[in-house]
Design a protein around this ligand. Structure first.
Ligand SMILES: O=C(O)c1cc(=O)[nH]c(=O)n1[C@@H]1O[C@H](COP(=O)(O)O)[C@@H](O)[C@H]1O
Length: 270
């Protein structure tokens, strides 16, 4: 069985280093000329994968916009994840879970389990109950050839007081980066990071990090792919930029041209 790192490398080598976020919020669904309903959600979210599924390497559905419609929205999310798989792309399910070990094991089986209806190739997780509390998800990811993306330095301005606070001799963000790198030595590089593309200085050293770095904040939040080389330096080799509204926010007619524009920009990442 191949690891998440190997699968990610294979698909991004072919399709380019870009993740498209599937955030079908009401304003996006409206820009697609669709009603703010389960049917509108489904037409928008599955329409994105139908159009871009053979082009883009990775998709990141944001669970919140599906959960907003209850069980019928979650059923749409199941179908979107299946569509992504069918298209030969990878899915990062953005659920930002983090809990004590026993509950984390529950989340791991919900999103990473072999037969889980919401099975994804990777999920986003929060380390604020301790990086060690993520262990059940790390074990599940390694067992299934899947990945995790741990929030280290998020794209939003409100993250700074917590993530840049000092813990011992390093910032909290640095602690997360170092712990993830240490775990990866025995975890098939399954533990990636989330580091926003909106900062001129991320406030932690990524130099010796050894796995994928998901970089949100491109486009709508002010970040640009062109600006990443200066900020990420040698870690640029691990960067996977992700954009949602910048690609999907102007309706179906502009979807393909916007994706192609970002794929062109992402060529500088190699
Ligand atoms: O984990 C994430 O994906 C994430 C982390 C972060 O630091 N900032 C961030 O914006 N995100 C997510 O990335 C997406 C950003 O959407 P756009 O700003 O439209 O590209 C949303 O789904 C956010 O929840």
């Amino acid at each position: 069985m191949s690891t998440y790192a190997e699968r990610l490398n294979a698909v991004t080598s072919k399709r380019g280093r870009l993740c498209v976020g599937i955030d079908p919020m009401p304003s996006v669904v409206e820009a697609w000329g669709l009603p703010n309903s389960v049917a509108g959600l489904e037409a928008c979210a599955r329409g994105i994968v139908e159009e871009l599924g053979g082009l883009v390497a990775v998709f990141k559905p944001q669970s919140a916009f599906f959960e907003a419609f209850g069980s019928r929205g979650v059923a749409v999310l199941e179908r979107v994840l299946a569509d992504i798989r069918q298209a030969g792309a990878l899915s990062i399910l953005d659920v930002k879970r983090g809990d004590i070990g026993s509950s984390m094991a529950g989340y791991a089986s919900a999103f990473l389990g072999d037969d889980a209806p919401l099975r994804a190739d990777a999920i986003t997780v929060s380390p604020y109950l301790g990086v060690g509390a993520l262990r059940p998800a790390i074990d599940a990811a390694v067992a299934g050839g899947q990945g995790l993306y741990v929030l280290a330095r998020t794209s939003n301005p409100e993250g700074a007081p917590i993530q840049l606070a000092t813990s011992g001799s390093a910032t909290v963000a640095q602690h997360v980066v170092d712990e993830a790198a240490r775990i990866n030595l025995r975890a098939d590089r399954a533990v990636g990071l989330v580091v926003g593309g909106t900062h001129s200085d991320v406030g932690c050293s990524l130099e010796s990090f050894n796995a994928s770095i998901l970089v949100p904040g491109i486009g709508a939040q002010g970040g640009s792919i062109a600006g990443l080389a200066d900020v990420f330096g040698p870690a640029l080799a691990h960067v996977l930029p992700t954009a949602s509204r910048d690609v999907i926010g102007a309706g179906a007619a502009e979807l393909s041209s916007r994706a192609h524009r970002l794929l062109d920009e992402a060529r500088v990442l190699g």
